[in-house]
Design a protein around this ligand. Sequence first.
Ligand code: NAD
Length: 251
Amino acid sequence: MILDKFKLDGKIAVVTGANTGLGQGICIALAEAGATVVGVARRSCEETAAQIEKDRFFELRADLSDMNNAEYVIDETIKQFGRIDILVNNAGIIRRADVVDFTEQDWDDVMNLNLKMLFKLSQLAARQFIKQGAGGKIINIASMLSFQGGIRVASYTASKSGVKGLTMEMANELAKYNINVNAIAPGYMVTNNTEMLRKDEKRSAEILARIPAGRWGMPEDIGGACVFLASSASDYVNGFTLAVDGGWLGR
Ligand code: NAD
């Protein structure tokens, strides 16, 4: 039955950036669909855990700006749960400055977390999926700036455009192992990431006026797309970046 294909019972999912925002929405959705979720974050995931059935959510503390922690995240998940079925690369940061003033630090910090760590975790998860021999799902969180240029966000745009390209590249190489690599490109969502934009009344009104759905997205808006891409309902979807944007891109 088609709805059975969306079920994630017995699956082990690793979600980065699980303490707040879209990562929190993703953890809740995957757990509601039946998965056991390992939520990775620098800070306490108390708020996320409180919204998920007990024994369905486990917190793993790690600073993902430190590249050495990629192995820790994957190894620790395998140590505790014996396997991994789903990886959601959600953790990400943004830095804003004019191109002419953009610092190397703001370039490196964003590229390291948003792109390099995403690749390292995907690579380690893919090795484990191949070892397990039962396929796997990798879901990367992209952005509208995987498709558009944006303004004052040079490293963010570079990283998220990279996420879209890398999603296709990894999908091409890994499809033969029944590993699906896809991405979700959220539109303008109400989280910490967009707090500065939403505080700027003029920018905020301009953005809202351009969203056909007539509202900013909420973390729970991402759940359906994520469950779909994490489940066997999407077994023949490879390398695609799915916009969840209230119509922004089509405008
Ligand atoms: P957010 O700032 O609320 O969440 C970012 C998450 O990343 C947090 O959980 C944070 O703890 C985690 N994180 C940051 N640095 C980390 C580090 N060094 N180690 C471990 N975790 C770290 O913002 P959000 O909007 O929920 O962002 C989630 C993802 O969605 C990001 O990749 C972001 O780029 C993307 N995104 C957001 C929007 C939006 O409108 N909010 C739009 C497009 C894409």
